[in-house]
Design a protein around this ligand. Structure first.
Ligand code: PGA
Length: 255
């Protein structure tokens, strides 16, 4: 396994937090703290914050992402946002299939796949989330489930398109709970995801795919987690709402 083939990506996931004014203020605070990062720095923000975030991040190394995208290009889908709209607004990344979408908003492996294809076709980079629940882990299904979710999400995604795909391994039991996977659990989960990519696209392609860990990653544990050979950065929820903590995580992934 050669980690130098992959660039780490640290992406914040603000979830349903921050008004446009708060978004602007937080990004202004973060800019000087992350400017020397040797990893990709992304902030995925609520739709309503996108214009303010894109404006605030202009000229900096911070890229702006969305937290979801619809799979149709346009039409009668009240309340939805298309990939083309995101691109037009200056968005470069989008999170797809976060466990909160799967848990509360009826997201399925199939809609995750459709959203991924729509986003890639529009030129967005995708952060596709996969992860097992505690029950699934305890029943011994972690590997099976991660491989299944990964392959389902990537159905009909070409090897060329895969260059714009990041996969985030986020054990559901570790999200927002303060319970982090151990460094080895994260490495193992990320390894299952990479193995699924290898089965679908070959080992050489799998070596180049960025696989993040997410789930209570913070300023204290980021170094140990990002040290692991299969962990190429992280998807950060709570700690991405605090500039100083987020900057420490960016620094940890930049080594
Ligand atoms: P957390 O969230 O860092 O607050 O656990 C991670 C995520 O949901 O992406």
């Amino acid at each position: 396994m050669n980690k130098t083939k992959r660039k780490a990506v640290i992406a914040g996931n603000w979830k349903m937090n921050n008004t446009p004014a708060a978004a602007k203020a937080l990004i202004e605070e973060m800019k000087p703290l992350v400017k020397d990062a040797d990893c990709e720095v992304v902030l995925c923000v609520p739709f309503i914050d996108i214009p303010a975030a894109v404006e605030a991040a202009k000229g900096s190394n911070i890229k702006i992402g969305a937290e979801n995208v619809h799979f149709k290009a346009s039409g009668a889908y009240t309340g939805e946002i298309s990939a083309e709209m995101l691109v037009a607004a200056g968005v470069e990344y989008v999170i797809i299939g976060h466990s909160e979408r799967r848990q509360y908003f009826g997201e399925t492996d199939q809609t995750v796949n459709l959203r991924t294809l729509a986003a890639l076709n529009a030129g967005l980079k995708t952060i596709v989330c996969v992860g097992e629940t505690l029950e699934q882990r305890e029943l011994g299904y972690t590997e099976t489930l991660l491989k299944y979710q990964t392959k389902m999400a990537l159905t009909n995604v070409t090897a060329e398109q895969l260059k714009n795909v990041i996969i985030a391994y986020e054990p559901v039991w570790a999200i927002g709970t303060g319970v982090t996977a151990t460094d080895d659990q994260a490495d193992e989960g990320n390894g299952f995801v990479r193995a699924a990519v290898a089965e679908a696209y070959g080992a050489d392609v799998a070596e180049t795919v960025t696989v993040q860990y997410g789930g209570s990653m913070n300023a204290k544990n980021a170094e140990g987690l990002t040290d692991k050979v299969n962990v190429d950065g992280g998807l950060i929820g709570g700690a991405s709402l605090k500039a100083a903590d987020f900057a420490v995580i960016v620094k940890a992934a930049s080594r």
